[in-house]
Design a protein around this ligand. Structure first.
Ligand code: F6R
Length: 615
């Protein structure tokens, strides 16, 4: 993970890099650092902690200025988070500095060689090995920095997005990528480098996204050239116009990004179906599906690969695809799938779901599926991300930037896209009647309004959060379409409040988890009117007889659960297949309020990062 930023041009680089790091903090936030050349000296400031700590430290200790610099916000892989292990790292001569996002897997053998040649190391990081390898190549081969980086990278096994500069040539930054994202913003006589485009949105809308195994040298007053790391061949430049704006990546008056993103869901879902869901014409239009309709229709099965919350969206889609389109679905953790020697054939369609589009395990699963001849379809949020580019076709969720580490609007928009695909395929296969199809379209179109309605329970949910915030454990139960929602509710709570929570299919409770229930255990039960309602009510009774505390997520106007539960939270009625889009909302708000009341860092929970680009 980690976020990297760089600048070379005519402006003061310090504020650009610092602000850029703040925007990339979602990628890692256990330490941060900056290196700048001020015309005479190379100044480096780095610290354990957040970018704010770096800001305090760097302004106190160093009068940092200059028009070239690089910065880093870290999610530790090699070496604990401390000042020494923070990036940037220097070479032994003190001339070269580097920032790195990724892992150099063969760093130990490289380090052994460098130690033999007299190099010394201050940190425990793989990155310090890489910068000394570059220095060693530069010296021994008598080549310029760009060439030295290239030769060194050809000896490296692993993943990286790097930016390197030499204090003796303070007009250029060398960048390269393999497996970790790297965008280059192109201004007038200036270049910006970053893990995504957010750090340079106010300066330029033109960006190049490096592909894997590519490198570039960005120089003042020069055009950028991109080369293949392996064979040095030149690559055609593809400059993209950025579609996101600054407003989308700011908090907009909310206390936290997570809360803002929860409240953005009505619009995000609308943006997801806009132009695709055409109710009046009773059609669904999705180019990625239309163009590959034969592949979908001839598929023996769909295999969904994803991680975390995206995997939960995949689980919801299993119900939707099987129920509506009658296509068998298997939902796989990408991290397991990639190492399992799975049986994949050319008649499989693999759907890869990822908000960031950068998750290393999902990317590896895609590559495996492609190598076996499967058609791979991506459902991503981040436009131009690695997964979006690696898949054969796909559909974006159009949720807008999701900054809070806990995924919220990504989940509901992923479900929206997957529902659209399932409905389109159901229509093409004739597994849904035209009246049922139209009913689904109408209901889906009404979902944003109903999400708004569900959000109105916010203060009621806050009151419930206050009552249960000190519980040590939570259980989340749901059935059918809402079983994955129970898993997602439990994940939301544990990742931001650090309270242990487990999600279960409600009927599984009697096979074990029921032993956990006592008067201390809050149990959140999703018990909407459609979908095994009576059975879930029986489960609630079982909990009640064991003195568990029940928080029911119910359909508006429900009476039976209200009589049994300690508290209920109502959501509007909709079709069973669409209930996850509504039942998720109170669970997001419940975990949000509990985490805030416990004074946790909601947007940047400990040990996590938004984009998991390591295994
Ligand atoms: C949880 C969360 C993670 C991600 C997971 C996959 O709130 O955000 O579980 O869902 O790391 O990330 P993407 O969707 O970017 O592949």
């Amino acid at each position: 993970m980690c976020g990297i930023v760089g600048y070379v041009g005519h402006r003061d680089a310090y504020p650009i890099i610092l602000e850029g790091l703040k925007r990339l903090e979602y990628r890692g936030y256990d330490s941060a650092g900056i290196a700048m050349f001020d015309g005479t000296n190379l100044k480096v400031s780095k610290t354990k902690g957040k970018v704010l700590d770096l800001e305090n430290k760097s302004t106190q200790e160093n009068n940092i200025n200059g028009t070239i610099g690089i910065g880093h916000t870290r999610w530790a892989t090699h070496g604990v988070p401390n000042d020494v292990n923070s990036h940037p790292h220097y070479s032994n001569s003190g001339d070269l500095v580097i920032i790195h996002n990724g892992i150099i897997e063969n760093y130990e053998s490289l380090k052994k060689e460098l130690l033999k040649r007299g190099y010394t190391f201050n940190s425990d990081t793989d990155t310090e090995v890489l910068i000394n390898l570059i220095e060693d190549v530069k010296k021994n081969e008598g080549v310029k920095l760009g060439k030295a980086v290239q030769i060194a990278l050809n000896q490296v096994v692993g993943a990286y997005a790097i930016a390197v500069f030499d204090k003796n040539k303070p007009d250029e930054i060398v960048v390269a990528r393999l497996g970790s994202p790297l965008a280059i913003g192109i201004g007038e006589d200036e270049f910006f480098i970053a893990s995504d485009a957010s750090p340079f949105l106010e300066y330029t809308k033109n960006a190049i996204y490096l592909e894997d195994e590519e490198m570039a040298i960005v120089r003042r007053h020069k055009d950028v050239k991109i080369r293949k790391i392996k064979d040095d061949s030149l690559v055609d430049l593809y400059i993209q116009e950025l579609q996101i704006n600054l407003e989308q990546i700011e908090k907009g008056g909310y206390d936290h990004f997570m809360l803002k993103e929860i409240y953005e869901q009505p619009n995000a879902i609308k943006d997801t179906y806009r132009g695709r869901l055409l109710v009046n014409e009773a059609i669904i239009k999705m180019a990625g599906v239309e163009d590959n309709m034969k592949k979908f229709l001839n598929a023996d099965r769909i295999i969904v690969v994803a991680c975390g919350t995206s995997w939960h969206a995949g689980l919801v889609s299993e119900y939707i695809f099987e129920d509506l389109a009658r296509i068998p679905v298997e939902v796989e953790y990408a991290s397991e799938f990639r190492y399992r020697n799975p049986i994949i054939t050319e008649k499989d369609v693999v759907i890869a779901i990822s908000q960031s589009g950068e998750t290393a395990d999902t990317l590896a699963a895609i590559k495996l599926a492609k190598s076996k001849g499967a058609f791979v379809f991506g459902v991503c949020n981040v436009v131009g991300s690695s997964i979006a580019r690696e898949t054969d076709a796909g559909a974006y969720t159009h949720a807008g930037p999701e900054i809070g580490v806990a995924s919220t609007k990504a989940f509901t928009t992923q479900i929206t896209v997957l529902t659209l695909i399932a409905l389109r395929l159901a229509r093409a296969k004739g597994t849904i009647s035209s009246s049922d199809f139209r009913r689904h379209l109408l209901e889906l179109e009404m979902i944003p309004g109903k999400v708004e309605e569900a959000l109105k329970s916010d203060s009621h949910i806050k009151m419930i959060a206050d009552i249960y915030k000190d519980a040590k454990n939570f259980l989340y139960l749901g059935r059918g379409y809402n079983f994955p929602v129970a898993l997602e509710g439990a994940l939301k709570l544990k990742e931001i409040s650090y309270i242990h929570a487990e999600g279960y299919p409600a009927a599984e409770m009697k096979h074990g988890p029921i032993a956990l229930i006592d008067e201390q255990m809050p149990v959140v039960v999703i018990a909407t009117k459609k979908g095994h309602y009576d059975k879930v009510v029986s489960n609630i009774q079982e909990i009640k007889s064991r003195k568990g505390k029940i928080i029911g997520i119910v359909t508006q106007g429900d009476k039976s659960v209200k009589d049994l539960a300690d508290y209920v939270i109502e959501v509007p009625e909709t079709l069973e297949s669409l209930t996850p889009l509504l039942t998720t909302i109170p669970l997001q708000l419940l975990s949000y309020h509990i985490a805030v009341m416990l004074d946790k860092n909601v947007d940047q929970p400990r040990n996590l990062a938004k984009s998991v680009t390591v295994e």
